[in-house]
Design a protein around this ligand. Structure first.
Ligand SMILES: Nc1ncnc2c1ncn2[C@@H]1O[C@H](COP(=O)(O)OP(=O)(O)OP(=O)(O)O)[C@@H](O)[C@H]1O
Ligand SMILES: [Mg+2]
Length: 356
């Protein structure tokens, strides 16, 4: 049983830590006595600084909640309010479902239990899940198709080689060369459509090793007027991942950025961490955030909708596989890729949980 001035037992503490609903406990004077980690995240202030704070200060951006709390305290009747908008310090607006329950029991004293459910966060999670599900269906289709093409293609190439050997007239060899050359080109495409098909070989690595490798590879491909800028957070701990696959994923994105900026421009590789961040259904203590930012022309809303699907390209010589492969790799590592773009500022964000 929790006591008034003692911390909850281990089990309760762990449960509260992983809870995504914000839980607040106000005493009879509407001073905050308890807030869970989800609450700290939402208000973006530490529990230590929040404790003792009056509801008036906490809900400065939502007068009607404050009045509701005062009424509930006076009347002893709880209330539920849906889709309340709160403006936080710093201007962030959030939509919340609110449940207020007056409690009066010897262990706790009398006060108000307030639960806040962040709807926009819920919406974000379902949207991400949908996207991941859709993309994995189209990826499965592409892989199936590639697989069907692969075998007959091998036969075709073999037959052309045999034919070439039997041909007496060297002038005819030109034709078999075309068949063999085109078969090789298709083979390459099909291999890319199949994507990474080896089981991930996981290793403990630094994200910066990966980024440095990509930077090295791309720096020899781009014109000298294209600057590759690093902005790393050196405190990021190592993660467990398949280094070759991660290099492939980041490379696909940085190459796109390089193609977008063309002859001159800037590509920034930035690393940061996010604490207590939810990816899909899973809440993670620490998530690595890698931004690849370019100052190219940007991505049209149309392309934005579809670019993560296989075979979607905006370039005449593109195969449209780069992003779908990158997304598949990052998904396999428990993470996801997001994108935001306006002319002159395009940002691809890779979110990778430290432990998967
Ligand atoms: N940083 C960016 N700026 C502008 N457009 C981009 C950017 N990244 C991707 N795109 C658009 O998204 C499309 C899809 O990218 P994706 O990497 O999947 O395929 P691709 O680059 O066309 O071909 P591939 O990578 O297979 O050679 C690109 O053709 C381009 O139109
Ligand atoms: Mg590409």
């Amino acid at each position: 049983m929790p006591h008034r001035h003692t911390s909850p037992p281990e089990l309760y503490r762990h449960l509260l830590e992983h809870q995504t609903t914000v839980v607040l406990w106000f005493d009879g004077l509407l001073n905050l006595q308890f807030i869970n980690p989800a609450g700290e995240m939402m208000f973006a202030v530490s529990a230590r600084r929040l404790r003792g704070m009056h509801a008036r200060e906490l809900f400065a951006g939502a007068e009607h909640i404050l009045h509701g709390l005062e009424r509930a305290l006076a009347s002893g009747h709880g209330f539920t309010e849906r889709e309340v908008q709160i403006t936080f310090q710093g201007g962030k607006v959030s939509t919340l479902d609110t449940i207020v329950t007056p409690v009066n029991e010897p262990q706790l004293g009398s006060g108000l239990l307030v639960e806040l459910m962040q709807l926009d966060r819920q919406l974000r999670i379902t949207r991400e899940e949908n996207i991941i599900a859709q993309q994995s269906v189209s990826r499965a289709l592409t892989r199936g198709l590639a697989h069907e093409i692969k075998n007959p293609l091998g036969g075709l190439r073999g037959a052309a080689q045999l034919l070439e050997r039997e041909l007496g007239d060297p002038a005819l060899k030109e034709y078999t060369d075309v068949i063999i050359g085109e078969a090789d080109r298709l083979q390459n495409l099909v291999d890319r459509m199949l994507g990474p098909n080896t089981i991930p070989k996981k290793d403990v690595i630094s994200i910066h090793q990966i980024l440095e490798r990509v930077r090295q590879l791309v720096s020899v491909e781009v014109p000298t007027q294209v600057k590759l800028v690093r902005d790393y957070d050196p405190s990021i701990p190592d993660l467990t991942a398949d280094p070759d696959q991660l290099i492939q994923a980041v490379l696909n994105i940085v190459r796109n950025a390089a193609q977008a900026v063309g002859e001159r421009g800037e590509i920034v590789l930035r690393t940061r961490t996010l604490r207590q961040y939810t990816l899909g259904q899973q809440r993670h203590k620490l998530v690595i955030k890698v931004d690849v930012i370019d100052n190219g022309p940007g991505i049209t809303p149309d392309m934005m909708e579809s670019m993560f699907y296989p075979m979607v390209t905006g370039r005449p010589d593109g195969t449209g596989l780069g992003l779908s492969i990158a997304q598949a790799i990052i998904n396999q590592h428990g993470g996801l890729i997001e994108c935001a773009s306006e002319p002159g500022n395009t940002r691809f964000t890779l979110l990778l949980p430290l432990q998967h």
